[in-house]
Design a protein around this ligand. Structure first.
Ligand code: ATP
Ligand code: MG
Length: 556
């Protein structure tokens, strides 16, 4: 997959190409600016791949900047997870990690500059009144009675705000722009508000905090960003972005470009909603393998290359759309099909007894099996074999029609990598469930055809005398509807049956030593990885990453 890693041309690369060609810029500097209020999700992955990918492709730089203007506490966990996710995806930020809060002093200075120029004022309307005065899309807003205060008075009041002289909500700083603007964000937007909250980086130094629209453009300019990419909902805000930079003294004029958000079927791309699922206990943390957070996808067994490939395939446009889950799944399937070693795992085991084991031609104690059918460099392993084996309950029926390609009484199949066998009888428990199948192996049938014997299909097995009794987690979609983000109550569309815990799968003995980071194709079942949360040394728990094929196996 690595060979084709370059961002396919899109409207942003066209803008950059033109900027470079026409001399507006001689380099490319981008940034990825997450707010540390949650873990990153697949939508952020799109933004990361684009911003860091542009820096890579144009020999430029990409900064990681935490947009931490909102003094929320306990965000160190989020900050660390975001750094980890970006690195895991294979990207490296330019220099040190940056924070909007690094610029609080300078931002304050720019606010003062606007006040001096008569372009900002301290308003003492309540937040509710500010909302009412703002007007609607059809009606212009009204001027605040505090709008025409002199710069001197505003300066004093702004200092009073900074020094803790107002209660929260009793004053704010607003840009003086145009209360009749067709763009609501230009109707004297609030640029500073009072918040008596300690900040993770600046502690108790400030009780006033700059708003996003004021902070973001200035942070971009301070860092010398050339192309500031965000999502379409900020399209109108570009007016404010430009207004701020045009009215302060700063010698860099970055430009904002908007692209469509990534929306993915059966998943949510909102940290707020993800947070709700986590805190209300609907999922096993931010990295629950059913979530399309980056950490959830990692724990699920997605590789960085598969996520980068996904982002390459979805492209960058201004059209809103919803991407099908199958687009994401095929990226990981292709990666694992090419690279994951194979193993045998019986998820719902029943016994298979080879009654003629030990007789002439039926004495194998193991088979040498390649780890990957197309990659001899991945080596081979010994798969043990004995009289008693496990097969999957779904692979045996007492009776079945011709379409059934597995084992039935009187029928013949090949054990994967082993003998051809014929089922002779079966035993059942009190409920009538088959618990044990008896069979005869065809002598000397390992790895070759036998005259007059036709195996109907191939089923996999695990030696019941040498196996790893392990736990396997089977996942289905977390949500019952394709667009859960549209629900008023996201928790009402969580499928409580989306995890099946198989406590006692019969796994090939070699799997006992699997480590976090290992992925396998369990033959005929799907791709599985070692769970990073619940595994222990020599006691790996396996997570289903993705099924072998898009459609579920047809049960004949
Ligand atoms: P959330 O609602 O999940 O908090 P956000 O946009 O507020 O999303 P930020 O942390 O502010 O999240 O986002 C950091 C960057 O990632 C921004 O540039 C934002 O535009 C981008 N981003 C966020 N969600 C998506 C998405 N679904 N598709 C593409 N880019 C996204
Ligand atoms: Mg946000």
């Amino acid at each position: 997959m690595d060979s084709v890693e370059k961002i396919p041309r899109n409207f942003i690369t066209e803008i950059i190409d033109a900027d470079l060609k026409e001399g507006r810029h001689d380099h490319v500097a981008t940034r990825f600016p997450p707010e540390p209020n949650g873990y990153l999700h697949i939508g952020h992955c799109k933004s990361i791949c684009l911003n860091f990918g542009l820096a890579r492709d144009y020999n430029g730089t990409c900064n990681l900047r935490f947009d931490d203007t909102n003094p929320v506490k306990e965000d160190m966990e989020y900050i660390n997870s975001i750094k980890e996710d970006v690195q895991w995806l294979g990207f490296k930020w330019n220099g040190e990690v940056r924070h909007s809060s690094d610029y609080f002093d300078r931002l304050y200075g720019y606010a003062v500059e606007l006040i001096h120029k008569g372009l900002a004022y301290v308003d003492e309307l309540s937040p509710d009144e500010i909302r009412q005065y703002r007007g609607t899309l059809k009606e212009p807003g009204k001027h605040s009675p505090y709008r025409d205060r002199s710069p001197e008075e505003n300066l004093k009041l702004f200092e009073k705000m900074r020094d803790g002289g107002f209660e929260e909500g009793k004053a704010c700083l607003r840009a003086k722009i145009d209360m009749a603007s067709p763009f609501m964000c230009m109707r004297d937007p609030v640029i500073y508000r009072i918040r008596y909250a300690a900040h993770a980086m600046t502690g108790d130094k400030w009780c006033i905090y700059p708003m996003y629209d004021f902070t973001h453009c200035i942070s971009d300019a301070i860092e010398g960003i050339t192309h500031s990419i965000c999502t379409l909902e900020f399209q109108d805000n570009r007016r404010l972005y430009d207004w701020v930079l045009e009215n302060i003294t700063i010698d860099c004029m970055p430009h904002q470009y908007e692209m469509s958000r990534l929306n993915l079927e059966y998943s949510i791309t909102s940290k707020r909603k993800l947070n709700l699922l986590v805190t209300e206990g609907f999922v096993d943390g931010w990295d629950d393998p059913r979530l399309t957070t980056i950490s959830g996808l990692r724990r699920r067994g997605f590789t960085p290359a598969s996520l980068r490939e996904f982002c390459r395939r979805i492209g960058v446009t201004k059209q809103d759309n919803i991407v099908e889950m199958s687009a994401l799944e095929s990226c990981i399937r292709e990666d694992l099909n090419a690279n994951a070693p194979r193993a045998m795992a019986v998820l719902h085991p029943i016994k298979l007894i080879i009654d003629n084991y030990g007789e002439e031609g039926v004495t194998a104690t193991s088979f040498t099996v390649p780890n990957h059918p197309d990659k001899p460099e991945l080596g081979s392993r010994e798969v043990s074999f004995s009289r008693e084996l496990f097969i999957d309950e779904a692979d045996f029926r007492e009776e079945a029609n011709k379409q059934y390609k597995r084992l039935k009484l009187g029928g013949t199949v090949r054990l994967r990598h082993g003998y051809i066998i014929k089922a002779t009888s079966c035993e059942k428990d009190v409920n009538g469930n088959v618990v044990c199948v008896h069979a005869q192996a065809i002598p000397n049938s390992v790895g070759c055809d036998v005259e007059g014997v036709k195996a109907k299909g191939v089923i996999h097995f695990v030696d019941a005398n040498n196996y790893y009794d392990g736990k396997v987690m089977m996942y289905q979609r977390l949500f019952t509807v394709p667009n859960p983000g549209a629900e008023d109550d996201i928790t009402s569309v969580v499928d409580s049956h989306s995890v099946e815990v198989i406590e006692h799968a019969a796994l090939e003995a070699s799997l006992k030593s699997a480590k976090v980071g290992d992925s396998f194709q369990f033959e005929r079942e799907g791709y599985f990885c070692v769970d990073s949360k619940h595994s222990a040394e020599n006691q790996p728990v396996f997570n289903l990453t993705v099924a072998l094929r898009e459609t579920k196996k047809v049960q004949a």
